[in-house]
Every structure is written in C-alpha cells, then in structure tokens.
Design a protein around this ligand. Structure first.
Ligand code: PLP
Length: 357
C-alpha cells in the first residue's frame, strides 16, 4: 500500500485510523452481519451510530441543548438557499463578503431577500479579510464565511451581532480550533474538508431559528422537518454520518478541538515560516488574515507553479495546485493531515527551491 499525502481542498484526506476502522467494520458491523451501508436507518444499530455521532460532536464543541445538530444532504451549497428560506422575516440580511463562497451565498440569498453587503475585499481580489468592526448590523441575520478555502484567508474572531443571529459557513475550518457556539445562530459545514465524506452537511442551529420558514418552503428545505425527525425525515446519508462519527470519536481520542488547534497552528507555521524566509515562494496575505487550513502560495512564475505541483505529485504529495479562480499553489492542511505530511511538504519545498531558483 502506498498512501499519498493529499493536500486537496476537498474532498480531503481522512485520518488513517478512521479509514482502518471503517475497513475493519465494513463487512460485519458490530455483529450485525452487514455493513453500515446496507443497514436500515431505522434499526437499533444505526440509531446508535447517528446518536453517538451527534453526542460526540456536541462534546467536541460543547454544544448546549439550545442548539439542534442536523445531518443534512446537499452539501454546504444547499445551505446557501436554506438559510434565507428559513431565516427570512423582515426580508433583509447583512453579508460579509470575503470571496468566492460568500459570493455564491449572496447570489442565492438575493432570490429571497434584500442583501446588504456590509463589507468586502473584492477590490483587492480578496487577498485580505474585510473589516467588520464598527458596522451597525441590521436585518434578519448576518452571514459570513469563516475560512476562505480558495483565497487562503480565515477570520480568527467573529463580529458581535447582538440579537441578530450570526450565520457562518465553516465548511473548511469547522473543528479546527476552539469557538463558542453560543456566538452563532447557525454554523454549517460541508463534511468533505474537516469531517468526512462529501454530500453530508452538518448544521448546528439555535432552536429558536427553527420553524419560521414560509408555508411554501419545500419540506426537505425546512429545518423543522429535519429537527423534528432527528435528521431522519427521509433516508439520511447513512454511511457519511457513520464516517463523520468515526472522525468525531478519533478527534476526542486525540484530545479534542483544543489539541487540534495547537497542532494546526504548528503545521501552518511550518509552511508560512518557510514561505516568509524564502525569496522564491510568496504569500502576500496579511499575517493576521492567513488561513491555518488552506495555505496559498506562489513560486516566481506560473510555469514553475505547474512544475511544482507535478513534481510534488511524483513524490506522493498530491493536489497542490491552486483553485482555478486564483491559480498558484495551495496546501490544504486540515485536521486529518498529520504533521509528518506537512514536514514532507516543507522538505519538498526546500528541495524544489534549490533545484529551480
Ligand atoms: C467547499 C466549500 C463549500 C461547498 O461545499 P459543497 O459541499 O460542495 O456544497 C462551501 N463553502 C466553503 C467555505 C467551502 O470551502
């Protein structure tokens, strides 16, 4: 077996321990004589899978009973529609525009309500974070993308929005560092970056925000449907939830979010230090705005960027090309990327610089 280090922005590398456990349990899950994939979602065995997953996520983030945890489908992108459909009251909402994914959410929200873009760094191609200090938020909710997967920026603090619910797309930095869930109305995350297989979306929602959708809202897009039915109104993405549960269990065994926060800071520092001490690699994002999950960088030329990604892949360090919207290079180093993987990347970067400068 020859496992690569996968620096893809998502679907991303999963912890080897989790894959091994899923493999060991594949053919006969805990004496049921079948895999989790083949099991009725109404069975006692599966009830335990989903309930344990929820319990462990609650433990990781210290989520109180005031919040519901939902395991939904449609990825993170469906939340771009579900959030406005469920939270619309007066008909306007404030958006913090920090790039590609915020803009997708804005575009969709505009179908349902009046979008006020309260700050944006569009003018500088999202190479830094917009400043939300001093903004007088209004409307039904405030929306932000906590980590900008494509641009490599990440909010390390969040706006104080008072009585207005703060909604955060945390797809690419959920569970990577400590947060206070109570600061948010809704947190959602597509699973394929920091949690598990794609398709699944984890939604953490304050219970008072459930049950306000318009009559005409499709039943599958109403949070109430899913919260009343324990995410089992219809057949949920059973296997994805199972793997997510294994990841939560693995995280707890490693010391929880606090432990990952520490390792993630170390991992990111290794790459940023190398970039900052080199005249070959560059990253022009202000230090405070840099993402600990997605490190974007460039070599002196587009041709060298391409060569970098190709040569790295030949060494088992794959998917280092930047997003097609921005080019350059990007190392996504989520929770499941071990420190040895980052060390291997840093060594490769040093060798590549020597050979190509
Ligand atoms: C990947 C990503 C998405 C899209 O997730 P899907 O599950 O593919 O819909 C949305 N927001 C952010 C911040 C992402 O990184």
């Amino acid at each position: 077996m020859n496992r690569v280090y996968n620096f893809s922005s998502g679907p991303a590398q999963l912890p080897l321990d989790v894959l091994a456990k899923a493999q060991a349990e594949m053919l006969d899950y805990k004496g049921t004589g079948m895999s989790v994939m083949e099991m009725s979602h109404r069975s006692a065995a599966y009830k335990d899978v989903i309930e344990t997953a929820e319990k462990n996520l609650r433990a990781l983030y210290n989520i109180s009973d005031e919040y519901a945890v939902l395991f939904l489908q449609g990825g993170a992108s469906l939340q771009f529609s579900m959030v406005p459909m469920n939270l619309k009251k007066t008909g306007s909402a404030d958006f913090i525009d920090s790039g590609y994914w915020s803009q997708k959410a804005i575009k969709e929200a505009k179908k349902y309500l009046n979008v006020r873009t309260v700050c944006s760094t569009k003018e500088e191609n999202f190479n830094s974070l917009p400043n939300f200090d001093g903004i007088n938020f209004e409307g039904d909710y405030v929306y932000m993308t906590s980590n900008n997967t494509i641009y490599g920026t990440e909010f390390k603090r969040y706006p104080k929005t008072g009585n207005i619910p703060l909604v955060a797309d945390m797809s690419s930095d959920i569970l990577s560092r400590k947060i206070d869930v109570n600061d948010f109305g809704i947190i959602f995350a597509g699973a394929q970056k920091n949690i598990g297989p794609s398709g699944l979306c984890v939604v953490i929602i304050r219970k008072d925000l459930i049950g306000n959708a318009a009559e005409t809202t499709p039943i599958m897009l109403d949070y109430k449907t899913h919260s009343e039915n324990g995410s089992m109104y219809n057949t949920p993405p059973t296997y994805g939830i199972y793997v997510a549960g294994l990841v939560f269990e693995w995280m707890l065994a490693q010391g929880g979010v606090e432990a990952f926060e520490k390792i993630n800071a170390e991992k990111a520092a290794m790459v940023y230090d190398l970039i900052d001490n080199s005249s070959f690699y560059s990253n022009t994002i202000p230090a405070d705005d840099r993402s600990l999950m997605n490190v974007v960088f460039k070599t002196p030329s587009e041709d060298l960027d391409k060569k970098f990604a190709k040569d790295a892949a030949a060494k088992g360090l794959i998917s280092l090309g930047g997003h097609r919207a921005v080019g350059g290079l990007r190392a996504s180093i989520y929770n499941a990327m071990p420190i040895v993987g980052v060390k291997a990347l840093v060594e490769f970067m040093k060798d590549f610089e020597l050979a190509n400068k």
